[in-house]
Design a protein around this ligand. Structure first.
Ligand SMILES: *Cc1c(COP(=O)(O)O)cnc(C)c1O
Length: 367
């Protein structure tokens, strides 16, 4: 993590410190009020819980520091993605989506955007490098893609998309603003599921949209207030707490992934392995340029579904569950959801367990 990013993380940890009065709680109070004292309507910081709350403001202040952008929070990653898409698309527009990205985004687009007259084009993440974006309104990208872990050059896609008159939305869930900065590379909006590493404890659904174009962000904010996709107070509070340790958790998770990935890759039971931090991975060179670290997700392929399930069952420190980015290492066979991957493909999310203890459990289960 470079010096600028270290400064942002330190500022994020202290974002409340400067404003504290004698006797104020150091930890963020959880404010669950839906209405606020409103003797007259002018100048009130809070009015009604669907418009804004102190707890959202606190978590948005943290995320805004990390993103160096305006942030609007949402009750889930999908709520953030919906807001970004509905704020930027209209009937007759074309949106490009990754065919190998988070599948719910594609289902949302085909099920709800297409019937409203938006043309939905799906492209494999790899072919974004050569795609023609003429006539496209929104180029939506996800890098590294979930679950395949292919990487696209955000700056190159943004330059070509902008030249064609398109806007760029980047799903930065797998990296977080600490590891990858799509807005600095030209993306117009970042969307992210803070349900994953930022919350980090598998107990809160949350999401956000970040951007530096005030007019566009005003539309995203309007979408939240008008659609009613508002975060809960408890979830905002939990993510505020999670963000305080995001940097230390990521450091451990990424370091362990870098240690374990090459060991898994060399293991005779492993047929294929995707990790952007392996020098022979097709994403390696670009990842080194574009990301501050290689993340905590590993895609490994065992010979078939039975062998993969048996490995997961026998590994004491892998929780068999969907989702990723939590303190516990988790893993699942993605083909069980119908992802276009081999039957023995496992997406592994490395947690914060001490690395050698985790590796020992994996090696034992593989043996
Ligand atoms: C999980 C995820 C989402 C959706 O987030 P939710 O909080 O589950 O709605 C979106 N994009 C990616 C890449 C994800 O991994």
């Amino acid at each position: 993590m470079d010096k600028d990013m270290q400064g942002l993380v330190a500022q994020m940890l202290h974002h409340r410190s400067g404003g504290l009065e004698k006797g104020d709680p150091v930890a963020l109070p959880l404010t669950s009020a839906t209405t606020f004292h409103l003797p007259d309507v002018q100048g009130a910081p809070y009015i009604y819980g669907r418009n804004g709350t102190p707890t959202w403001d606190a978590v948005e202040a943290q995320l805004a520091l990390l993103e160096e952008a305006e942030v609007v929070s949402f009750p889930s990653g999908m709520a953030a993605i919906s807001a970004a898409l509905f704020a930027t698309l209209k009937a007759g527009d074309t949106v490009v989506l990754p065919a190998d990205g988070y599948y719910v985004t594609r289902v949302l687009a085909s099920g709800f955007l297409a019937p409203l007259g938006v043309r939905v084009v799906e492209l494999p993440t790899r072919s974004y490098a050569t795609a023609d974006f003429n006539g496209v309104a929104v180029v939506y990208l996800e890098t590294p893609s979930n679950p395949g872990l292919d990487v696209v050059d955000i700056a190159d896609v943004a330059a070509r998309a902008h030249a064609a008159g398109a806007r760029v939305i980047a799903d930065n869930t797998t990296m977080t603003p600490l590891l990858q900065r799509p807005l600095d590379l030209g993306a117009d909006l970042v969307v992210a599921a803070d349900t994953k590493a930022p919350g980090g404890h598998s107990d809160a659904l949350f999401g956000h949209v970040a951007g530096r174009d005030a007019a566009l962000m005003a539309r995203v904010r309007d979408w939240r207030r008008l659609s009613g996709a508002v975060p809960g107070a408890m979830e905002a509070w939990l993510v505020h707490r999670g963000l305080e340790t995001l940097e230390v958790r990521l450091e451990r998770m990424c370091a362990t992934a870098r240690l374990i990935a090459p060991r898994l890759a060399e293991h005779p039971m492993v047929q294929a392995l995707r990790f952007p931090g392996l020098p022979d991975d097709p994403s390696y060179d670009l990842s080194r340029r574009q990301m501050a670290d290689f993340g905590f997700l590993i895609g490994l392929t065992l010979s078939d579904a039975t062998v993969a399930e048996r490995f997961l069952e026998r590994c004491a420190y892998l929780v068999r569950s969907t989702s990723f980015g939590g303190t516990h290492s988790t893993a699942e066979r993605r083909a069980r959801w119908g992802d276009a991957v081999p039957a023995g493909f496992i997406r592994l999310s490395v947690g914060v367990e001490p690395a050698e203890a985790l590796w020992e459990a994996m090696a034992e289960a593989l043996a």
